[in-house]
Design a binder for this molecule. Structure first.
Ligand code: FA5
Ligand code: MG
Length: 468
């Protein structure tokens, strides 16, 4: 059995070695990120954003040290993911080995923290890993903060109901001053069902506490973003800050295997609705299995990069990984100031076109990725694909991985620009445009060509494509 690199996976001193098997798909470029811990690095924008959100949850316990290597049980089973959920597939998730993954979300730790039962409210911030597309807002490693609050039925004084207790706590929260769209009923029998053990009043109270808590986070972030703009050294940015439109947010119905009812919160930002978090009423079986059957409550998961990008107007997610002082020196937790982009270096787009191997049937290529945790299982998901033709079929995420391994952070995005099926032979051809652009220097023609050639050769050797 091969061994993975020895790797500082846990908190500090203990290096853990995991044996690899036929499930292993973590490349060394990803392992290198494991030790960075941006959410714990002083004056890093991810860490500043984390602390800012934590400050809206006084009295909660804040966990920031959990190891990214978790069991399949923690990442999926404890949360009620069905066995055929696409999030479990190797095209979407990094497997250390058959039983062990790099966590795809901070929800992987929920059950353990509920079982430890050391506080009613908690947050968990951590790096999470997903095989995904390459563009300005997607990176295979990003950061999430999980938050949860539960009430123990058995601790409610006899003269009150649980719902009354929760409503009293809702009243203690600050009232956010923003425009909120929330057109749907709290529960809906098909789209967003009430769980059996809960009364409607309980679900309403938990939802109110959850929504108000998160609306307060958004208000805080935006007031800081305004301050950040007002503190900018650029006149235009300061003037713009004065005339900013009022903040608009909306709640939409969502689905997660581990909450019901569930929602996503979207923020109206630069002309578009942007999803920033998923949340809901915690599934009761999850709490039962975590030895907390008398608890009822909510949980959320928020993307820290998305929030930090709003807060500072950071234009590209790769920047968070920069060690360049032109980036790092701009952040100070004592004073939040709008990021000043350094000059953009020229882009070097290159196309790669190829025929898929003949034996790979047309529908063996999945060119759109299912959302890792939220989508319900679909028969066209990655798992079915793997089982159908393991040697030849490939997933778009496999191309992304080859690009990332060969070119690292020198690629801005990868897009499918042409797709064609030969009318006679039925063979399928794809053309991807790889946009090379470094954030830190100008790439020479030779550098771009070298990386591109490496990617072309890997596509041939790994997937047997025929270059055009
Ligand atoms: C989840 O990961 C759920 N675990 C969230 C949750 C927790 C739901 C607790 C209910 C209860 P999702 O895959 O939608 O859900 O990701 C949550 C957030 O992470 C997104 O709203 C987004 O802000 C951020 N996010 C997701 N994918 C990426 C990505 N590739 N890059 C940057 N941020 C991302
Ligand atoms: Mg989502």
């Amino acid at each position: 059995m091969r061994q993975l690199h020895r790797c500082q996976f846990s908190g500090g001193t203990i290096a853990q070695t995991y044996s690899s098997d036929s499930w292993t798909n973590v490349p060394s470029t990803i392992l290198e990120n494991v030790s960075r811990k941006l959410h714990q690095q002083d004056n890093h924008p991810i860490s500043i954003t984390r602390k800012l959100i934590e400050s809206r949850f006084p009295g909660y316990q804040h966990h920031n040290e959990f190891s990214p290597v978790v069991t399949v049980g923690q990442n999926f089973d404890s949360l009620g993911f069905p066995l055929d959920h696409p999030g479990r597939s190797r095209t979407d998730t990094y497997y250390v080995n058959k039983d062990t993954v790099l966590r795809t979300h901070t929800s992987a730790h929920q059950a353990d923290v509920f079982r430890a039962n050391t506080s009613d409210g908690f947050t968990i911030s951590a790096d999470v890993y997903r095989r995904d597309a390459i563009d300005r807002s997607h990176y295979p490693v990003f950061h999430q903060m999980e938050g949860a609050m539960t009430w123990d039925r058995k601790a409610v004084p006899e003269e009150k109901t649980l719902a009354q207790q929760i409503w009293e706590d809702v009243e203690k929260l600050p009232k956010p001053d923003i425009v909120v769209e929330d057109p749907n009923p709290t529960t809906h029998p098909e789209r967003n069902p009430l769980q059996k053990p809960h009364t409607q009043e309980e679900a309403e109270a938990v939802a109110a506490h959850l929504k108000r808590s998160l609306e307060n986070v958004v208000v805080e972030i935006f007031s800081k973003a305004k301050e950040a703009a007002a503190a900018s050294t650029i006149d235009e940015v300061r003037n713009q800050a004065q005339s900013q439109e009022p903040l608009k947010v909306r709640w939409i119905e969502a689905y997660f295997p581990f909450t019901s009812p569930s929602w996503e919160l979207e923020i109206f930002w630069q002309g578009d609705w942007l999803e920033v978090l998923g949340c809901g009423v915690i599934s009761q079986p999850l709490l039962d299995n975590a030895d907390a059957p008398s608890r009822v409550g909510w949980a959320f998961g928020i993307g820290l990069e998305r929030i930090a990008m709003l807060l500072y107007e950071i234009p590209d997610i790769r920047l968070f990984w920069s060690k360049d002082s032109r980036f790092l020196s701009q952040f100070d937790e004592k004073k939040i100031r709008r990021f000043v982009p350094f000059s953009k270096y020229p882009a070097a787009p290159r196309d790669v076109a190829f025929w898929l191997p003949k034996a790979a049937a047309q529908n063996d290529v999945v060119t759109s990725t299912a959302s890792n945790t939220s989508s319900s299982p679909s028969p066209a998901g990655g798992l079915a694909l793997e089982a159908a033709a393991p040697a030849l079929a490939f997933h778009e995420n496999d191309i992304m991985e080859i690009v990332r391994s060969a070119a690292g952070d020198s690629v801005e995005d990868v897009t499918l620009v042409d797709e064609f099926t030969h009318p006679k032979t039925g063979r399928r051809s794809l053309c991807y445009r790889i946009n090379y652009r470094s954030l830190e220097s100008t790439l020479t023609k030779e550098q771009a060509n070298d990386m591109h050639e490496k990617i072309r050769q890997e596509l041939v050797s790994k997937f047997g494509v025929e270059l055009r």
